[in-house]
Design a binder for this molecule. Structure first.
Ligand code: GDP
Ligand code: IMO
Ligand code: MG
Length: 433
């Protein structure tokens, strides 16, 4: 047997602390030069991670955000769910920029496949929920993770296996039974065409390097390689700790990086936690600091808050420090990164939620459920009224902005904000001393 002898290399994790769309794609791209391997550990094409550099903009769904930088290996881990059709569309659209994408990108054999019928099930379950629907991205995420847990899933590694078609057909026939029970109009879908496209995309998937990612990453750690794990969604969408049932179907929190990659907890290094200077949420579910007034509209417009996957408008609200502190604790965040600060540049007054009032009683802890009874308690700050988008160093930042972030650090988080972002471009990133 090979001797187990880890070098000190660790896996750093970067994840969202709110309801997703914190700017993870941008920061992974900024941090990529420090790493050898960038890897996704959960979620699937429900994610939309935006990167902007050299006047170009890309939105990644299943591909890790380290893909644009030469000499880096990108890995889709076992915790991810992969739709072959969307994967083919995504990677083909990147070929002009990343011609050797099939060499730079490896895929875990243990990642689960999203079947065409998973997407139908997603739609059928949402329709059946009526007014209490989750507002999913419609990509089949929930049904695919359901099959994984129910031990009915079809995995990427199965496509190399002679039993692949039998496994596919078994899963499909179970799905069809459920779809009929949910009155899904199966007859209106041309299953033949859809399947043809899906199986063609499966052949395309075979042109990528399929790996046992847990072994690959273990060996990489042994040889001292630096690995960055890129989270999708955000902590408040975690299936255990988010605003259940209005969540996604995976563990978006730090522990998800261990199970979604096969990394021992002791090998987790820095945990980067990202949050916006305000909050957004797509889809249904509780949102205590939501603003439905002109300020909310202004945040949506200035922040260009439209879903990168579905184009749906994102709901906007003030920064919620109760939820943020909860997320920081759950993830053991060691470095904080504050995004989209420039979106607040024009405001006279900025509010921050410093506690909740529930049935007249104040609390600073996250309650079991975020019901309508949870009312935010706000502290007000004077706005900085300065265009920060061209600022490149800490010393140029306005005093009111520094006061705002010091308050967040000292009163709510007990941690340090290491990076502030003042625009979507790679360059609009300021390191704090
Ligand atoms: P992700 O899912 O966490 O990667 O985030 P998204 O890409 O879905 O959403 C973040 C959006 O904000 C994208 O359109 C980014 O280009 C943009 N963005 C990222 N950082 C900043 C920033 O500091 N300021 C502004 N104005 N936009 C930003
Ligand atoms: P990134 O990685 C924001 C939301 C959906 C819905 C709920 C469940 O770009 O931050 P799902 O399709 O996962 O079953 O939907 O989760 N959601 C996201 N919201 N950003 C995301 O990803 C999201 N991925 C899923 O809107 O409310
Ligand atoms: Mg996004």
């Amino acid at each position: 047997m090979e001797k187990v002898d880890y070098k000190p290399a660790k896996v750093d994790v970067l994840l969202g602390l709110q309801w997703g769309d914190e700017g993870k794609g941008k920061v992974v791209d900024v941090l990529t030069p420090k790493y050898d391997i960038i890897t996704r550990f959960q979620g699937g094409p429900n994610a939309g991670h935006t990167l902007e550099f050299e006047g170009k903009k890309f939105v990644l769904r299943s591909v890790p955000s380290g893909i644009f930088q030469e000499g880096k290996i990108n890995v889709i881990g076992n915790g991810v769910v992969l739709d072959p059709i969307l994967f083919q569309q995504e990677t083909e659209s990147l070929i002009a920029t990343v011609p050797d994408i099939s060499k730079r990108l490896h895929i875990s054999r243990k990642a689960h496949l999203i079947l065409p019928t998973h997407r139908m099930l997603d739609a059928a379950h949402e329709a059946a929920k009526g007014a209490s629907k989750i507002g999913t991205t419609g990509k089949g995420i929930g049904p695919t993770y359901t099959d994984k847990a129910a031990r009915n899933g079809v995995r990427v590694g199965d496509i190399e296996n002679s039993q692949f078609i039998d496994r596919y057909n078994l899963a499909k026939s179970k799905h069809e039974t459920t779809l009929r029970a949910l009155n899904y109009p199966c007859d209106t879908v041309d299953m033949g065409d859809l399947e043809k496209e899906w199986f063609k995309a499966v052949e395309y998937l075979k042109t990528f390097t399929l790996i046992d990612s847990e072994t690959f990453l273990y060996d990489s750690l042994l040889s001292g390689k630096h690995i960055l794990a890129e989270g999708a969604q955000g902590t408040m969408l975690d299936v255990d700790f988010g605003s259940y049932p209005f969540v996604t179907s995976s563990n978006t929190t730090c522990a998800g990086a261990c199970s979604g990659l096969g990394i021992p907890p002791s090998k987790i290094g820095t945990v980067y936690g990202l949050f916006k200077a305000y909050c957004t949420r797509v889809g249904s579910g509780p949102f205590p600091t939501e603003l439905t007034d002109a300020t909310g509209k202004m945040l949506a417009e200035r922040g260009r808050e439209f879903g990168s996957v579905t184009g749906r408008p994102r709901r906007c609200g003030w920064l919620d420090l109760v939820a943020l502190q909860y997320a920081i604790r759950l993830n053991g965040v060691s470095k904080l990164i504050m995004m989209k600060n420039d979106v607040l540049d024009t405001l006279d007054i900025i509010k921050v939620c410093v506690g909740y009032e529930i049935n007249g009683a104040p609390t600073h802890s996250m309650p079991y459920e975020l019901t309508d009874k949870v009312k935010p308690i706000y502290k007000e700050f004077k706005g900085w009224k300065t265009d920060m988008t061209q600022i490149t160093s800490e010393k140029e930042l306005p005093k009111e902005f520094i006061d705002y972030i010091r308050f967040i650090e000292e009163n709510a988080l007990g941690g340090k904000i290491e990076i502030v972002s003042v625009g979507p471009d790679r360059k609009q990133t300021i390191n704090m001393s």
